[in-house]
Design a protein around this ligand. Structure first.
Ligand SMILES: [Zn+2]
Length: 132
C-alpha cells in the first residue's frame, strides 16, 4: 500500500517526495495535518533500515516535524512509530502529528507499572545493554 503511494500508483495527499522518503497525509488523522513519513524502499520495521539510510530518513522526519509545526501554526508535534505490534501497515512509517496545548489528546493508553525492586530494574537494564 505505501509502496504504491511511493510509486505514484496509489493516490495520496503528498507533502514531499525525495530520495530519502515520501511524506503524505494520514487519511485518518489524529489531528488534521498528521503526516506519515516512509522510506522509498519497502522495509517493514525500524530494524530493517540500513545504517547508511538513518541520517537521510530521520533527517526528513525532523524536517517534517519542524514543517508541521511552523506550517500549521501548531504548538508542537508528536512523533511516533509502531514496530510490528500495532503497526497497521507493514511498511516502515513515522507519524508526525501536530499538537496544540489543550488539544485534548491524552496520549495513548500507557498503563504504568513498577519494578518489584532495584534488582529487577537492574536486570532489565542489563538485558537491554547486553543486546546493544
Ligand atoms: Zn511497502
Amino acid at each position: 500500500m505505501f509502496c504504491g503511494i511511493v510509486a505514484g500508483e496509489v493516490p495520496a495527499f503528498r507533502v514531499v517526495d525525495e530520495p530519502d522518503g515520501v511524506a503524505f497525509l494520514d487519511t485518518r488523522p489524529v489531528f488534521k495535518g498528521h503526516v506519515l513519513v516512509v522510506p522509498r524502499r519497502h522495509l517493514v520495521a525500524l530494524a530493517d533500515l540500513p545504517a547508511d539510510a538513518l541520517a537521510g530518513y530521520f533527517g526528513l522526519v525532523q524536517r517534517l516535524a519542524v514543517a508541521v509545526e511552523s506550517g500549521l501554526g501548531a504548538g508542537g508535534t508528536f512523533v511516533a512509530m509502531n514496530n510490528k505490534v500495532s503497526q497497521s501497515v507493514p511498511h516502515l512509517h513515522t507519524h508526525v502529528v501536530p499538537r496544540t496545548k489543550g488539544d485534548g489528546l491524552r496520549g495513548f493508553f500507557w498503563p504504568r507499572t513498577r519494578y518489584a525492586d532495584d534488582a529487577e530494574a537492574e536486570t532489565y537494564a542489563a538485558r537491554i545493554t547486553a543486546a546493544l
